[in-house]
Structures are given as structure tokens and as C-alpha cells.
Design a protein around this ligand. Structure first.
Ligand SMILES: Cc1cc2nc3c(=O)[nH]c(=O)nc-3n(C[C@H](O)[C@H](O)[C@H](O)COP(=O)(O)OP(=O)(O)OC[C@H]3O[C@@H](n4cnc5c(N)ncnc54)[C@H](O)[C@@H]3O)c2cc1C
Length: 382
């Protein structure tokens, strides 16, 4: 299996990198101060085909490969990891909608997300916990041809900026576990929906919020997949987003590394550029090695997906190794900048905080290792 990029993918990479350099990177730190992602930028990304390009053409996409989505997510995240959330959330949610929404519902929403005219959040975590994700309690009570949602979701990225949200809710008994969970698409302006933002360490342009559902009426047509199949079917999309998150975070670390290679050739100590010291260059060379190895793992995972081959454990590997390594690499870059690195004016501290969030978001390293172990034990048995 090869994932050497073809001409079309290289063209996408080139145009996404240029856009990221010119439009995304310059406002990385400003977006943290603003606390939101500018909608005009999202629309521009949509117009250029940078959002969920893997969607079929009749839903506004370009039927591109998952590999292409990875290439774009990496390029955009190099400029701003937080703008990269648009790529990850859109690819994850559009896949869910395209696979499980009714024809009318997907026609209504997927083209809007792909074109950057709508943002879709995903709400799984609840106040009592996120790791044991199937053990959720937000209730969806059937009432004729509608459901009534009641309860709270917690820690939801972009909740207060999103137009719609994919919500996982309990339609079965508590004892039915994962088999009693259904998924719904809920417009954020539905009566009874409200949000409350957290004060976070990083990714402030994204923001996490609680979402409160106070007897929210959702039509039957907005249920995704069959009743009780929300968890078992819909969660499979997470393998895709985990490989994309891997690329999102290593891109942020790569941006710090790129800047640090330039800096060490300028900065003088003991009468010479500090780049003359192997004690300075070797940690960066190690960082380059680790990021490249993870990059290959992420693209291999996406290639497996494109070939319809199993990739659950590879996706979990991407998701735990990439954020952890990226935090370490950015930390090294910060230190290599000496006292300048410690300043809030420099981007490294922000990148470190932003990347660290994804050591938790979408599942922690422990949960990813549980997934890998489960897969390997199953394979060893068969
Ligand atoms: C930046 C960010 C963005 C997020 N965005 C979203 C979003 O958009 N939508 C959404 O639904 N959620 C989102 N989350 C929530 C996230 O998915 C959860 O925080 C995560 O799944 C962990 O759940 P928890 O915080 O409840 O930790 P807990 O489940 O309480 O776990 C606490 C600790 O115990 C460990 N642990 C738990 N069980 C085990 C076990 N069996 N073995 C070993 N260790 C274990 C965990 O690894 C963790 O370190 C986001 C979180 C962050 C930080």
C-alpha cells in the first residue's frame, strides 16, 4: 500500500498551505483573544473546497479521498490548530450525517457544512464522565412522531458557535448500555437548548461549553440511524477523526519546529549561532523524526480507511501518540527560544496549551490503549 500523494493531492496541499500561510497563520494568537473562529474565514475555506472534501458531489463535496482530507487538515492546522477544528469536526459530522441521516436531512445540512455556511458540533460527553461514553443519561423520550430531549452535555467544542449538533441520548433503559443509545441532529436554535462556556487553558477560539436540553422537541426525522443504534453505528466515524486529529496536532508542533530551526541560526551565544551546538540541534532532529513517524502512521490509517480495511487500532495509536509527542516537541521549541519562548507574545506557549487539550478531547491515551488492547486481544484469539 502506497500513500505517496498523487498530482491532485499535491495540488490541494499546495493551495491549502498557501491559504494557511496567508490567511490562517497571521491571526493565530488574535483568534485566542477573540474567542471565536471568524465565519468569513470558514466560508472562504468552504469555497476553496477545504471542508470535508471527501463528501460526495451531490452533498456539495468533491468525493475526494480521506487522504486528501488529511493533507488539508494538516496544512490548515500548521497555520492555526484551532481553525483545523473546522476540518476535523466537519469531516466527522458530515460522515455521520451522510451515512445515517434521512435523504432530506442530509441534503439540508451537509452542503451547508461543506460550504462553510454552518458549523456542526458533536455532543457525547456528560458531566458524570466521558471515558465510559456509552454510560450516558441524557434522555430522549419518544412521544408519537417526535422525541423530547432532557439533560446536559458537557465539554462540547464549539457548542456556542455551532448551528447544529449531533447529540447522543438514551432511548433505551440504563441496563441496555450502548444498545440503548440513539443519535439525533439538533439545530442549536431549537427552543429549550442553551449553552454555558467553560474558562479553558487552551483552544479559546474554539471554546467548550455545557449544552442544556430542557424538554427539547426533536422530530423523528432528525434521528440518525435506527433507534438504539446511535452508539454502535455512529461511533465508527471516530476512527476517521482520530487520524485527522493526529495530523492536526503534529502540524502545530511542526510549525514550532520550523520557526525554531530558523531562530537557532540567528541567535548567537559564545560568539557563534546556537545552531552550531549539537545539544541544540539534536532535540530538534529527534522532534522531526517523531513527527515524521507519526505523520506516516496517520496517513497510513487514512489509506486503510480509503481501502475499506480495518483501521481502528491504528486510529487509536494516532490519537494517543500524536498529542503527547507534539506537546513534548513544542515544549522543546519553547525552551530553545530561551526567555523569549516564555513570553505570551510568542506562539509556542499557546500551541502547547492548544495541543494539550487534545490529550483529553476525543478520548484520553488510556482509552486509546484500551481500544488497541481490545483489538489485539481479539485478533490473537481468532
Ligand atoms: C479540548 C477538549 C475538547 C473536547 N471536545 C469534546 C466534544 O466536542 N464533544 C464531546 O462530547 N466531548 C468533548 N470533550 C470531552 C472529552 O471527550 C472527555 O473529556 C474525555 O473523553 C474524558 O472524559 P472525562 O473528562 O469525563 O474523564 P473521565 O472519564 O472522568 O476520566 C478521568 C481520567 O481517568 C482515566 N480513566 C477513566 N477510565 C479509565 C480506565 N478504565 N482505565 C484507565 N484510565 C481510565 C482517563 O483516562 C482520565 O485520565 C472535549 C475535551 C477536551 C479537553
Amino acid at each position: 500500500m502506497s500513500f505517496i500523494f498523487d498530482d491532485e493531492q499535491l495540488a490541494f496541499q499546495e493551495s491549502a498551505r498557501r491559504f494557511s500561510r496567508e490567511k490562517v497563520a497571521p491571526l493565530y494568537q488574535q483568534r485566542e483573544r477573540d474567542g471565536f473562529i471568524d465565519r468569513a474565514l470558514v466560508k472562504e475555506m468552504g469555497a476553496l473546497g477545504f471542508i470535508a472534501p471527501e463528501m460526495p458531489e451531490d452533498l456539495g463535496g468533491m468525493a475526494a479521498s480521506s487522504l486528501t482530507s488529511g493533507i488539508i487538515a494538516e496544512a490548515i492546522s500548521h497555520g492555526d490548530i484551532n481553525v483545523g477544528y473546522i476540518n476535523i469536526l466537519s469531516s466527522l459530522n458530515c460522515k455521520i450525517l451522510a451515512s445515517y441521516a434521512s435523504p432530506e436531512l442530509k441534503q439540508e445540512w451537509v452542503p451547508k457544512v461543506v460550504s462553510g455556511h454552518a458549523i456542526c458540533a458533536i455532543a457525547l460527553t456528560e458531566p458524570r464522565g466521558g471515558s465510559d461514553a456509552a454510560n450516558l443519561s441524557l434522555s430522549a423520550r419518544r412521544d408519537g412522531n417526535r422525541y423530547i430531549l432532557k439533560g446536559e452535555k458537557s465539554s462540547i467544542s464549539m457548542a456556542d458557535q455551532a448551528d447544529i449538533v449531533v447529540v447522543f441520548a438514551r432511548t433505551g433503559t440504563v441496563e441496555s448500555g450502548a444498545h440503548g443509545v440513539s443519535a439525533f441532529l439538533v439545530p442549536m436554535n431549537t427552543p429549550g437548548v442553551s449553552t454555558l462556556r467553560f474558562t479553558d487553558l487552551g483552544s479559546k477560539a474554539i471554546g467548550r461549553s455545557s449544552i442544556f436540553f430542557d424538554d427539547v422537541v426533536v422530530p423523528l426525522e432528525n434521528r440518525l440511524a435506527d433507534e438504539g443504534k446511535g452508539f454502535v453505528q455512529v461511533m465508527q466515524g471516530f476512527d476517521f477523526s482520530r487520524a485527522l486529529i493526529g495530523l492536526q496536532v503534529i502540524a502545530s508542533a511542526q510549525a514550532s519546529l520550523d520557526e525554531t530551526w530558523a531562530y537557532i541560526q540567528e541567535r548567537q551565544a559564545f560568539g557563534a549561532p546556537i545552531s552550531k551546538n549539537q545539544g541544540v540541534t539534536f532535540p530538534l532532529a529527534e522532534g522531526e523524526t517523531m513527527l515524521e513517524a507519526i505523520r506516516q502512521l496517520c496517513y497510513r490509517t487514512l489509506s486503510l480507511k480509503d481501502a475499506n480495511l480495518p483501521h481502528t487500532s491504528e486510529a487509536a495509536m494516532c490519537k494517543w501518540l500524536a498529542p503527547k509527542t507534539s506537546v513534548d516537541v513544542i515544549h522543546q521549541c519553547l525552551i530553545t527560544h530561551g526567555h523569549y519562548g516564555w513570553s505570551l507574545d510568542m506562539p509556542h506557549q499557546q500551541r502547547m496549551r492548544d495541543v494539550m487539550g487534545l490529550e483529553i478531547g476525543d478520548g484520553t491515551a488510556q482509552i486509546m490503549k484500551m481500544i488497541i488492547s481490545r483489538e489485539k486481544l481479539r485478533q490473537a484469539k481468532s
